[in-house]
Write a new protein. Sequence first.
Length: 221
Amino acid sequence: MKRLLAALFVLSPFAAPVATAESPVLVELFASQNCRACPSAHKTLKKVEEARDDVLILTWSVDYWDYLGKKDPMAMGESKERQRGYVDRFKLRGPYTPQTVYNGTEQCPGNKPGKVDSSISKAKQEPQKNVRLVRKSDDTIELSGTTTGLTDIWYVDYLDGDDNTTDMIHPVTRVTALGPWLGGRTQITLPPCQAHCAVIVQEAGFGTVFATLPLDAPEAR
């Protein structure tokens, strides 16, 4: 996956102090239409979404179960790449579905409601990071704060509302790497949002998620 590098933004020469921002817990589900346990995970996460306003759920469709049935039309190579990163991070034997990941710090099967609730609680107990995302205009956000190492900025398009004709919660349709970030204050010009989007600031190598900002296209608001 190619990165869009520093041409998209300019870092200020100083790191300005910022207030701690409240970000939703990013819940990522890795699923496939040929996974027998995945419908249960979709139902579990739908109940979570209906009951809470402090999470953002994204579903990443993978294609490694395509040999069991029809080709999954929502599957993306980026989904498989992202899950492989989490396999390495959590030292798992291999990828599986339905896997859920919480702010990059917890993981569990997405069809186990008790484990899902516990993982959300653990993710929320993690110390808040000194990273802030603020929308400045329809196509511009401000990112500020501090980080101890290389950080990736991801821009994700997903389906919601009438646009989502699947049984999945917020299936991802496109992901763009906006470039690395090493702290400080910067304004980022975003690519056009198809309908519903989110900016994710994450430790490089699919590590801890420092901040998440859901966005809607102007016409979707």
